[in-house]
Structures are given as structure tokens and as C-alpha cells.
Write a protein that binds this ligand. Structure first.
Ligand SMILES: [Zn+2]
Length: 136
């Protein structure tokens, strides 16, 4: 599908290079524009203006309505371990409250209780939990 000029996620990797942690032909991993009271907040998204990823990847893993290749999940986990090294666990949230539902992206957040969206995080289904470091 063609990129949409009005969509903030289309061409994000060109506009916000400083906030991009990873990109390939299909995916990007980047800091979200608003941090909502978190020290870090990132998202994984598609570079195309599509609402789900469903290519039949070998070793693909279902996250919500999309199938993600194992290697991109490994890449995401490695980035999270660096970016979120200040905390213990982060979660990949289902896109239920996503502001741009027509463009595939999932937000990965820490569990900071003083954040602006803490109760929304608790009210959203988690597709995946990433262990950053062990407790003590
Ligand atoms: Zn888009």
C-alpha cells in the first residue's frame, strides 16, 4: 500500500532519524513522540501504511492480529535491554488504544506507576513481556 502523507508513522524514519533505533525494509523500532511520563517509550511499526503484518514468515510469531518474524522480535528484545536498562520488565501493549489504528505499530512501555498512562497500561492486554534484568 502507498504511504499516506497525512500519517505521522509513514516516513517517520526519514523525519525523526535521531529517534530511530532500528530499521529495515519492513520494520522500524523508534522512540515514541510522547513519553507520557516514562523515561523511555518505544514502538515497533511497519514502514508501510498497513494495519497488520501477516506475511507467512518462517518462525513467525503471532502478536495480536499480526505475525512477526522471530528475528525482528529478537532485535526488539535486544534493543529493549539497552534502552530500558534502568528497569526490570517492559511490556508490548496490544494496539487497542492506538492513535493511528490503520498503521501497524505496537508500543513497548515500562511499568512506571507515576506515568501519565499507568492505568491505561494495566487496562490494555499485553502481547508480550520482556525481562530486562532480574530483581536483585
Ligand atoms: Zn502510515
Amino acid at each position: 500500500m502507498k504511504n499516506n502523507k497525512k500519517c505521522p508513522l509513514c516516513n517517520l524514519t526519514d523525519r525523526e532519524k535521531d529517534n530511530v533505533y532500528y530499521e529495515d525494509d519492513v520494520f522500524f523500532i523508534a522512540r515514541t513522540k510522547t513519553l507520557k511520563g516514562h523515561k523511555e517509550r518505544i514502538m515497533i511499526g511497519s514502514k508501510l501504511h498497513i494495519d497488520k503484518i501477516n506475511a507467512p514468515y518462517t518462525n513467525g510469531i503471532w502478536w495480536g492480529n499480526s505475525i512477526l518474524p522471530k528475528n525482528i522480535i529478537d532485535t526488539l528484545e535486544n534493543i529493549c535491554k539497552e534502552v530500558f536498562s534502568y528497569t526490570y520488565k517492559v511490556v508490548v501493549m496490544e494496539g487497542g488504544y492506538a492513535s493511528i489504528p490503520e498503521h501497524f505499530h505496537l508500543v513497548i512501555t515500562d511499568l512506571e506507576p507515576d506515568s501519565d498512562d499507568f492505568y491505561q497500561i494495566l487496562g490494555t492486554r499485553w502481547l508480550h513481556v520482556i525481562d530486562i534484568k532480574p530483581w536483585k
